[in-house]
Design a protein. Structure first.
Length: 402
C-alpha cells in the first residue's frame, strides 16, 4: 500500500498542470465514478485561454465546486491583480460578517439649547453616519421634525457633525480625473451639501434662521429625528449597480465598528485583513486601499476572491444577504444585458468590475449536475473591455451547460 501511494505521488508530480487539475478534483472531492467535472469542460476552458488576446494581456482564473468542496480549475489563480469593482465582494462580505444583518446606517438631528416661545435658542446639530441612501424624503422628515417642536425661529446655527470619519474626501490611489464620489459622513442624495440644503428647506417651510443669541435658561441636548437605512438596502445598490459611494460608505462602517473616531481607511483594511487571515491566507501578500475598487493600489488574486465566496456560502447569515445583492445574468444590475443564454440567464450571479485595462467577474452559478460553483476571473492589461467580457461569459457558459 505504501509503495502504491508513493508511486501515485510521483506520477502527480510528473503530470502537466491540466492533468494535475483533473487528478486533484478526483482525489479531493468525490469518487471517480461520480466526478462532477466533465473533461470536456476543462478542455473548453483550456481552449478559451488560448485566445490571441492573452498574447498581450493576462488573466487570473479559479473555479471551485462548493458542493464537492474541491478546486476544479486554476490558472494563475495566485497572481496579484487589480480587482476593479470585484473589490466590493471583500467589502460586502467583511461588512456582513462584522456588522450583522440587522445593522443600520443612521443620520441624526439634535438640538442643543432651549425651545421657548416658538423659538429654538441654540443650534441644530446634524450628525452624519455616512448613509448614502439619505435623500429628499429623509430631509423632509428632518424639516417636519423641527416643525413638530413648535419652532418657527432658530436663533442659532445649523451645525454639521462629521466626526464619524476622517476629513479625506477621496480614497487612496484614486485617479483625479475619474468620476469619484465625495467621502463625506453627511450626504443628501449623494451630495455633500447637507447643511445648505437643510437651511433652504427650513426657510421654504417658514422657519426663520435668525442671528445667534444667548440661551435663556439651562441648555439641553435632545434628539429630534433619526433616519435609518438597513445594510441590505445599501448592499442592493452597491452590488447590483456597482455604486462606488455605497461601497465606500460600507467600507467606513467597517472602520467605525472598531470603535475609533474618526474612522479611517486603515482601520477598515485592518478588519478586512483579519478576515483574509481566517480564510487561511496571508494578509500581507495582498494590498488593500479602499472599499469600492476605484483605487489602483488594490491587489488581490482570483484565489482570494474564490475563498471569500466559499466563506460566504458556508456562513448562511452572510450568504443570505450577499446572494440577493449580486447582479443576475440576463436579469438585472450590471449583468442585465450579459449571458442571455438558456443555461446562464438567471443562473449566474456575480459581481462585475471595470477599470481602464481591467475587466473582472466573480460570483456563483449552478452546474448542469446541480453542483453549486463559485468562480473568479480577473482580466488585466486588456485595452478593449468587450473581448474580456466575452471571455468571461464563455467561461460561465462552459460551467453551466450540460
Amino acid at each position: 500500500m505504501k509503495f502504491m501511494k508513493k508511486t501515485l505521488f510521483l506520477m502527480l508530480l510528473l503530470l502537466p498542470l491540466g492533468a494535475v487539475r483533473a487528478q486533484v478534483s478526483t482525489t479531493d472531492s468525490v469518487a471517480a465514478d461520480t466526478l462532477p467535472w466533465p473533461r470536456n469542460v476543462q478542455a473548453c476552458l483550456d481552449s478559451l485561454l488560448r485566445h490571441p488576446m492573452f498574447q498581450t494581456s493576462t488573466v487570473g482564473l479559479m473555479v471551485y465546486d462548493l458542493t464537492a468542496d474541491s478546486a476544479l480549475y486554476c490558472h494563475q489563480h495566485r497572481l496579484l491583480l487589480r480587482p476593479a469593482s470585484t473589490m466590493k465582494l471583500l467589502t460586502a462580505i467583511t461588512a456582513i460578517d462584522r456588522l450583522g444583518g440587522s445593522y443600520q446606517f443612521h443620520t441624526s438631528l439634535y438640538y442643543k439649547g432651549v425651545v421657548r416661545d416658538r423659538t429654538l435658542w441654540g443650534n441644530l446639530v446634524c450628525v452624519g453616519g455616512m448613509d448614502p441612501r439619505f435623500n429628499g424624503d429623509d430631509m423632509a422628515a428632518f424639516v417636519e421634525s423641527v416643525r413638530r417642536l413648535g419652532v418657527d425661529t432658530i436663533r442659532g446655527q445649523i451645525v454639521a457633525d462629521c466626526s464619524m470619519k476622517d476629513t479625506l474626501k477621496w480614497g487612496e490611489g484614486w485617479c483625479w480625473d475619474d468620476d469619484n464620489p465625495t467621502l463625506s459622513p453627511l450626504l443628501v442624495s449623494k451630495k455633500a451639501n447637507f447643511v445648505e440644503r437643510f437651511e433652504r428647506e427650513l426657510q421654504d417651510e417658514g422657519v426663520v434662521l435668525a442671528a445667534p443669541a444667548g440661551v435663556p435658561g439651562r441648555s439641553v441636548e435632545r434628539l429630534v429625528c433619526t433616519r435609518s437605512h438597513s445594510i441590505d438596502q445599501v448592499l442592493g445598490r452597491m452590488m447590483k449597480e456597482s455604486d462606488n459611494l455605497y461601497a465606500e460608505s460600507m467600507f467606513y462602517q467597517i472602520a467605525a465598528s472598531t470603535g475609533n473616531r474618526p474612522a479611517t481607511a486603515k482601520q477598515a483594511c485592518g478588519v478586512m485583513k483579519q478576515l483574509i487571515n481566517r480564510l487561511g491566507l496571508t494578509p500581507k501578500h495582498y494590498r488593500l486601499a479602499d472599499g469600492s475598487g476605484l483605487s489602483l493600489y488594490n491587489y488581490l488574486s482570483a484565489e482570494l476572491e474564490v475563498l471569500l465566496l466559499r466563506y460566504a456560502w458556508r456562513n448562511r447569515q452572510v450568504y443570505d444577504l450577499l446572494l440577493p445583492s449580486l447582479p443576475i445574468a440576463g436579469v438585472d444590475g450590471t449583468l442585465k444585458k450579459r449571458m442571455q443564454t438558456p443555461f446562464t440567464e438567471g443562473n449566474v450571479r456575480a459581481k462585475t468590475g471595470t477599470l481602464t485595462g481591467i475587466v473582472s467577474l466573480a460570483g456563483y452559478c449552478t452546474a448542469a449536475n446541480g453542483h453549486e460553483l463559485c468562480f473568479a476571473i480577473i482580466n488585466q492589461g486588456i485595452m478593449q473591455s468587450d473581448p474580456g467580457r466575452d471571455f468571461q461569459d464563455r467561461v460561465c457558459k462552459a460551467l453551466c451547460q450540460p
